[in-house]
Design a protein around this ligand. Structure first.
Ligand SMILES: [Zn+2]
Length: 161
């Protein structure tokens, strides 16, 4: 299989509309009109067919997308879907995007005192030694207190020897 061209990928998705079209394709195959209506429903903004179709064509030329003719209702439609390279690039792109987003929301994040994972919302809190401590879940809270207790126990055992 020929390798996809990826050099100009950044340029290709340099705006939000194109980025969002990719997220729609990432969810599964769709035909042009579906992409346009999903876009409108979720972004609450119209996307012009004169952006969508040339973009799909560009993606296809770069072998990031393929299409097949499929019957939809009474009509035959061009159903577009991401190729394997297309999916890989999207995953990469979403990761990069997620990093950007987490930088933006980082100050409002809690970190689980036990496993260190980031808590976006609904931290589980427990007061430990008079200090309110945030955990991602009750299990982490339990492991954390158990670890503290056994550390304390070990100290006392050492002392008694
Ligand atoms: Zn945790």
């Amino acid at each position: 299989m020929p390798k996809a061209e990826t050099e100009n990928f950044d340029e290709l998705i340099s705006d939000f509309s194109r980025f969002y079209i990719l997220t729609i394709l990432y969810e599964g195959p769709a035909y042009g009109y579906q992409i346009i209506s999903r876009f409108k429903k979720r972004v609450k903004k119209e996307v012009s067919p004169s952006l969508v179709y040339p973009f799909l064509q560009q993606l296809e030329e770069k072998r990031l997308v393929t299409h097949s003719q499929k019957p939809v209702g009474e009509k035959e439609r061009k159903v577009f879907e991401l190729t394997e390279s297309g999916r890989e690039l999207c995953t990469e792109l979403f990761k990069r995007f997620a990093d950007l987003v987490s930088i933006a929301i980082e100050p409002s994040l809690y970190v689980c005192a036990h496993c260190g994972c980031k808590i976006y919302e609904g931290a589980y809190r427990e007061t430990i030694n008079g200090k309110e401590t945030a955990f991602c879940c009750i299990h982490c809270a339990r492991s954390y207190t158990e670890a503290k207790q056994s550390a304390k126990r070990m100290k006392t055992e050492k002392r008694s020897k």
